[in-house]
Design a protein around this ligand. Structure first.
Ligand SMILES: Cc1ncc(COP(=O)(O)O)c(C=O)c1O
Length: 398
């Protein structure tokens, strides 16, 4: 009995590198070392108290049983209203499916639409799980590269260039994890116009960082009527309301896709947690003030991180417009030896920074850019300053 008995599909995809780095950081911390964790994808804030109270009330009121597979109707109605009011999107409650996090929502959509050999266009850099989820469904990710000089943005014509008769889906996030890049309304309009010529391609728009936007009002690609009937909009409460552990995400989708996701989820999870759904209803239906405060704090930290990155030699950094990550290019350091350690890749560099500076980051390889590192600034300004002091020292003398 050993791992050769495992099903082939387990080897089709890689373990999440963000979770792997977080695990390594925890191991080092367990040995008594103070580690500053800049590898995590979650706000360091606490869920606002009125949301926590509503979860307690939900338990007291007996919402402790199975829920409808697609989610409580009142929650789906609230999401439908939110989509209309905040995003100018028309999804009726029966076009909405609530799942165990946006990650689960995306997996449901991919499993509903992707047949073996179908191609999915994914802008680079991409969130780690997109490529692995596509592979798990035996689909083929088709990557469209970008770089720090153009702020990690691709144009509609770049996506059009890789369309083939196998293309089934376009999957992207704006604001983007890992780059923080935000597509403007005009840029999204151009992408929508291009895809309007290809009626067999579905567009999956991951908007989980909607409320962490430093430059403008959030724009959804589904607002453009020429493609609206084949846009699946993904969102959730994890990032906007500091609710990562509650595991609630959702989609708005064409009805037949929503039905397919509901069918799949009905056999996998029977729906999302009842108490967390009630908390999500409160989050979505009450004031966005706590979210705005968090966003303001992230903006201050973004500014600090950009300033501190500017002090590092040979590092090219983008200026993120949303989310809470920055994705600088550390390509200069690849192939160099720093204080006796040979750096063959950014993964080596991340390990070096973890061991030398006790700061955990994630290599860009997992996000499709081998010269970059993802730095999360979801931590206090004092920790960020301490982390950059240590990184600066660790990289000196190359
Ligand atoms: C781009 C993107 N989409 C989706 C998710 C998953 O969100 P959730 O915690 O709701 O599953 C994340 C989490 O890091 C993310 O960065």
């Amino acid at each position: 009995m050993n791992e050769t008995n495992l099903a082939d599909r387990v080897s089709y995809f890689n373990e999440s590198q963000t979770l792997e780095m977080a695990k390594k950081a925890r191991e080092l911390a367990a040995e008594g070392t103070k580690v500053i964790n800049l590898s995590l994808g979650e706000p360091d804030f606490q869920t606002p108290p009125h949301i926590i109270e509503s979860a307690k009330d939900a338990m007291d009121m007996g919402f402790t049983k199975y829920t409808p597979v697609a989610g409580f109707l009142d929650l789906r109605e609230a999401i439908s209203r939110k989509f209309k009011l905040e995003n100018n999107l028309d999804y009726a409650p029966d076009q909405i499916v609530v799942s165990c996090g946006a990650k689960h929502s995306i997996m449901n959509v991919i499993l509903s639409l992707i047949n073996p050999g179908d191609e999915v266009i994914v802008p680079v850099p991409y969130w780690v799980s997109y490529s692995e989820m596509i592979k798990l469904a035996s689909g083929i990710p088709v990557f469209v590269d970008s770089n720090v000089e153009n702020n990690y943005k691709s144009k509609a014509r770049d996506f059009e260039a890789v369309i083939s008769d196998k293309t089934k889906m376009f999957l992207f996030s704006s604001p983007c994890n890992p780059s923080g890049t935000v597509y403007s309304k005009n840029e999204l309009a151009e992408i929508a116009e291009m895809f309007s010529k290809y009626p067999n391609i579905y567009i999956v728009s991951d908007e989980i960082y909607e409320h962490i936007n430093f430059v403008s009002k959030h724009e959804s690609i589904g607002q453009f009527k020429s493609i609206a009937d084949r846009v699946i909009t993904v969102n959730g409460v994890a990032k906007a309301f500091a609710m990562t552990g509650w595991r609630i995400g959702y989609i708005g989708a064409p009805k037949f896709i929503a039905k397919a996701c509901e069918k799949i989820q009905g056999q996998f999870t029977s729906g999302a947690n009842s108490i967390a759904q009630k908390a999500a209803l409160t989050a979505i239906s009450t004031s966005l003030e706590p979210t705005k405060k968090m966003c303001h704090e992230f903006l201050n930290r973004r500014n600090l991180v950009i300033k501190r990155l500017g002090e590092l030699e040979h590092v090219k950094a983008n200026v993120p417009e949303g989310a809470f990550y920055v994705f600088p290019d550390f390509g200069y350091y690849i192939g160099k030896t720093i204080k006796g350690t040979h750096i063959g890749s950014t993964k080596d560099l991340c390990y070096y920074l973890l061991n030398q500076a006790h700061v955990s980051t994630v290599s860009g390889e997992a996000f499709g850019k081998k010269d970059c590192i993802r730095i999360s600034y979801a931590t206090s300004e004092s920790e960020l300053n301490e982390a950059f002091d240590k990184i600066k020292y660790a990289l000196s003398g190359v």
